[in-house]
Ligand binder design. Structure first.
Ligand SMILES: [Cu+2]
Length: 356
C-alpha cells in the first residue's frame, strides 16, 4: 500500500530535538465530477467517438427477456487444448484463505516498483492503470472491448503469479446476485476491499484503506488522490440477470459486444469514484473483480455456439474490420498476440475457465 506518512520527523525547536508523532496524511478525494471524463472525445483522425456511458447503457438494454443463459461449459469443453485450465471462482464461494492471498498479492504488486514505460505509474500495480489509461480510446466503444479486457485481466493474473508468488486465479464478483445492493457483498467489508458507500470520499477501511492513486482521472494525471467510491444502487440494480439475458439474445458479435459493454458500465458507475472514470478505473482493485465477471458473461455467450470461439467480426476504433489476425497489444506488458489467441480461454495461450 502506498500510504504516505509524515514520518517521525525530527523538528528543531529552541535548540532541542523533538520527535513529532507520526501523523498519517490522506491524499484528498477528488470531487465526484472529476471522474466523469468520457462523454465525448475526438480521436487522432478528428472523428468524434462517443464511448459507452450510462446514457448509452440505458438505451442498449431495451428488451429484458426470459432466461436464455446458455450452458456454462458446452462449446469450450470441445475447444479445449490446454490440459489443466485455472478456475476463476466467484467471490462468495472463494475460500477466505484464497481471498486473503489474492488481496495480499495485489498489495505486493502495489509495493513493487513500476517497470518503467508506463507514464505516471508509481508502482507495478499502477503500470496496469497507466496502460489502461493510455489505451482507453482504442479499447472502448468498439468490438475490441471484450477481447482486449480479456487479455488485460489475464495479464494481471499472470503478473500476480509471476511477480508476487500468487498461486491462484483471480476471483469474480457475481454482480447479478448483488444488483441493487452492492454493499451487501463481503467484498465491500473491512475484511477485504473496504466500504463502497462512502459518498465520493476516501476509502478508509479494509485492506486498501488510504490507498493513494497517481493515475487519472481521465487521460492526464491529477496530483495524488485517494481511492474513492460513491455507491449508487439505482445504477447497480440494472446489472441483473434479465439485463444480461437481453444481451445474450443478440447472436451478432458487434451487437452483443456493444450490449455487454453498455451493461458493464452499470457496475463501474454504481461503485463510483475511481471506478466511474473510464480511463483510470483500474486504480480501484475492484476493477479486476468486475472485469472478471464481465469476461465470464462474455464467455457464457461464446459457450452457446462454438463459432463464437473461432470467428470474429466488427471493427476497431477507426473502422477497420477485426480479423483473427488482428493484434491485441498491452504496450509491452505482455507480448502482442492476435484475436485468434484470445477467443479460446482454454486454448494454447490462455488457459482458464470459470467455476460456474
Ligand atoms: Cu476498460
Amino acid at each position: 500500500m502506498r500510504l504516505s506518512f509524515i514520518s517521525t520527523s525530527l523538528a528543531l525547536c529552541g535548540g532541542t530535538l523533538v520527535s513529532a508523532a507520526a501523523v498519517p496524511t490522506l491524499a484528498p478525494a477528488l470531487p465526484i465530477s472529476a471522474f466523469n471524463t468520457t462523454k465525448i472525445f475526438v480521436d487522432t483522425t478528428g472523428t468524434y467517438i462517443k464511448p459507452l456511458n450510462l446514457t448509452d447503457a440505458v438505451n442498449l438494454v431495451v428488451d429484458k427477456v426470459a432466461d436464455l443463459t446458455p450452458k456454462i461449459n458446452a462449446a469450450f469443453a470441445a475447444a479445449a487444448t490446454c490440459s489443466t485450465p485455472r478456475v476463476r471462482v466467484e467471490w462468495e464461494s472463494y475460500p477466505v484463505k484464497d481471498r486473503l492471498e489474492y488481496i495480499a498479492a495485489i498489495k505486493c504488486l502495489q509495493g513493487l516498483k513500476s517497470s518503467g514505460g508506463f507514464p505516471g505509474s508509481k508502482s507495478r500495480y499502477e503500470d496496469f492503470a497507466s496502460l489502461h489509461q493510455s489505451l482507453t480510446p482504442n479499447v472502448h466503444g468498439n468490438s475490441k472491448f471484450l477481447i482486449w479486457h480479456r487479455y488485460y485481466i489475464w495479464a494481471f493474473e499472470d503478473v500476480l503469479r509471476t511477480e508476487c508468488a500468487f498461486t491462484g486465479s483471480i476471483p469474480w464478483f457475481d454482480e447479478t446476485k448483488f444488483a441493487g445492493k452492492f454493499q451487501d457483498s463481503s467484498i465491500f467489508s473491512n475484511d477485504y476491499y473496504g466500504s463502497v458507500n462512502v459518498g465520493g470520499n476516501c476509502v478508509t477501511n479494509g485492506k486498501f484503506a488510504n490507498l493513494v492513486v497517481n493515475i487519472g482521472p481521465g487521460p492526464t494525471n491529477s496530483p495524488p488522490h485517494c481511492l474513492s467510491r460513491n455507491l449508487d444502487n439505482t445504477k447497480t440494480i440494472n446489472g441483473d440477470t434479465a439485463t444480461f439475458n437481453a444481451c445474450y439474445n443478440h447472436a451478432d458479435w458487434p451487437t452483443f459486444a456493444s450490449c455487454l459493454e453498455g451493461v458493464h458500465a452499470w457496475g463501474h458507475n454504481g461503485i463510483g469514484g475511481i471506478m466511474y472514470d473510464m480511463y483510470s478505473s483500474p486504480g480501484d482493485p475492484t476493477f479486476f473483480l468486475h472485469h472478471a465477471f464481465i469476461d465470464r458473461q462474455y464467455r457464457i455467450w461464446q459457450n452457446a455456439n462454438s463459432n463464437r470461439i473461432s470467428t470474429i467480426s466488427g471493427t476497431d476504433r477507426v473502422g477497420n474490420p477485426l480479423t483473427l489476425d488482428t493484434t491485441v497489444s498491452l504496450n509491452g506488458l505482455r507480448p502482442t498476440i492476435t484475436i485468434r489467441d484470445l477467443l479460446n480461454t482454454v486454448g494454447d495461450k490462455l488457459c482458464y475457465k470459470y467455476n460456474v
